[in-house]
Design a protein around this ligand. Structure first.
Ligand SMILES: NC(=O)C1=CN([C@@H]2O[C@H](COP(=O)(O)OP(=O)(O)OC[C@H]3O[C@@H](n4cnc5c(N)ncnc54)[C@H](O)[C@@H]3O)[C@@H](O)[C@H]2O)C=CC1
Ligand SMILES: CC(=O)C(=O)O
Ligand SMILES: [K+]
Ligand SMILES: [Mn+2]
Length: 350
């Protein structure tokens, strides 16, 4: 039997709750299939680990993770105890960078059984391809002086390689979908990075003559996602713009607690990392009321990436059937606990 060795990092807050729930669902689906299974190894890395050791993960953490097929992560962050830039850069962003997970794929679509907060959701179905290795999230810059003289500089780094890689990935994805790519820009306000981004987009588009392409400024694009989300197929965006658009994608589905994500090493030289869009949700952590659907859908993306698309579809169908039964957590206006939602999905799969 084929065995996939998965490194599990539940992380902080609700990550510790939703990750085990999603693992139950993934184990169930592999039992139904019978041809392979997941072997899970859990690492206690995150803010608790930081408070004990001064590090978010051990120095050889990346080396340890290299020994696994994929990584399944919940969320990172305990903002009251550890500054967010320390916790995220010490674990989540460090893994994304060092394991060259340069593409972050984040779908959003109207789900069966779940009314969108939009008045006219029009069956929207889009995927954001977020550049995941550079852009506005860079370690280039600094802070100096203090008080009224204090200065902060944060540089954005855009390389031709990284930009083109994300755009080509988006165009290739569009071939398998509705043949359209929208580029998120802001070349009216940013005078170097985004004009460069636009140039690369225009060049890459020339290689894909059968795929339609549009460029929208990020501000207008955010508005369009609310007013006419059905117009979008694949959206390619820089690190920060993609980050923001994908919480919006979650919101128009019904909750950011549903939105899935995959940090992909497309060369498959390193493990990829599957972790939902949402964070550690400290406001609801420990109460058993977190929505597990984002983590479960993220598990579906891992199944897809490993080549088990049929099983992935079964997971999404079970989620939708559960929503249609009205079994929902509070963020979706329901009263079910995380346990109840998970059990309902497990039942759908048996
Ligand atoms: N990928 C990651 O690990 C991310 C980590 N973070 C970190 O998470 C911490 C909290 O950040 P926030 O900005 O509050 O974002 P957040 O996504 O954790 O929470 C925003 C709001 O959405 C709700 N929410 C999120 N996921 C939910 C779920 N599965 N079920 C029900 N409700 C859910 C929360 O209760 C909260 O009201 C911070 O430390 C932040 O840096 C934030 C985003 C991504
Ligand atoms: C950090 C964060 O918010 C994200 O990667 O989505
Ligand atoms: K996350
Ligand atoms: Mn985010």
């Amino acid at each position: 039997m084929k065995i996939y060795r998965i490194a599990v990092i539940p992380g902080d807050g609700i990550g510790k709750e939703v990750v085990p729930a999603a693992i139950e669902v993934l184990d169930k689906i592999t039992q139904l299939d019978g041809s392979f299974k997941f072997e899970w190894t859990t690492f206690p890395w995150g803010c608790d680990y930081y408070l004990e050791t001064g590090k978010m993960m051990p120095d050889n953490g990346i080396e340890i993770l290299r020994g696994y097929d994929q990584i399944f992560l919940g969320a990172v962050g305990m903002p009251d105890l550890v500054p967010d830039h320390i916790s995220l850069w010490g674990l989540l962003i460090k893994i994304r960078r060092e394991m060259k997970q340069s593409i972050n794929v984040r779908p959003a679509k109207l789900l069966q059984g779940l009314p969108s907060p939009l008045r006219n959701p029009n069956n929207f179905d889009f995927v954001v391809v977020r550049e995941n290795s550079e852009g506005e999230y860079s370690e280039s810059g600094g802070r100096m002086h203090s008080g009224q003289d204090e200065i902060a500089i944060q540089n954005a780094i855009f390389t031709r390689k990284g930009t083109e890689r994300a755009m080509r990935y988006a165009f290739e994805m569009a071939k398998t979908r509705r043949q359209h790519v929208t580029s998120a820009t802001k070349s009216n306000g940013l005078t170097y990075s985004m004009p460069f981004w636009d140039d690369v987009f225009a060049e890459v588009a020339k290689d894909y003559t059968t795929i339609g392409h549009t460029t929208n400024h990020i501000d207008a694009l955010a508005a369009f996602l609310v007013m006419k989300p059905e117009n979008f197929d694949v959206i390619v965006a820089s690190n920060l713009f993609g980050d923001i658009l994908t919480d919006l994608g979650g919101a128009i589905m019904g909750s950011i607690g549903i939105a899935p994500a995959a940090n992909l090493n497309i060369e498959r030289d390193y493990p990829s990392m599957f972790e939902p869009v949402h964070g550690s949700a400290p406001d609801i952590a420990g109460k058993g009321i977190a929505n597990p659907l984002g983590q479960i859908w993220t598990g579906k993306m891992m199944l897809d990436f490993l080549g088990y698309q049929e099983l992935g579809s079964k997971v999404l169908n079970a989620m939708e059937a559960t929503l249609a039964q009205g079994i929902k957590t509070g963020d979706l206006g329901g009263t079910a606990t995380m346990r109840e939602v998970t059990d309902a999905i497990l039942n759908q799969l048996s």
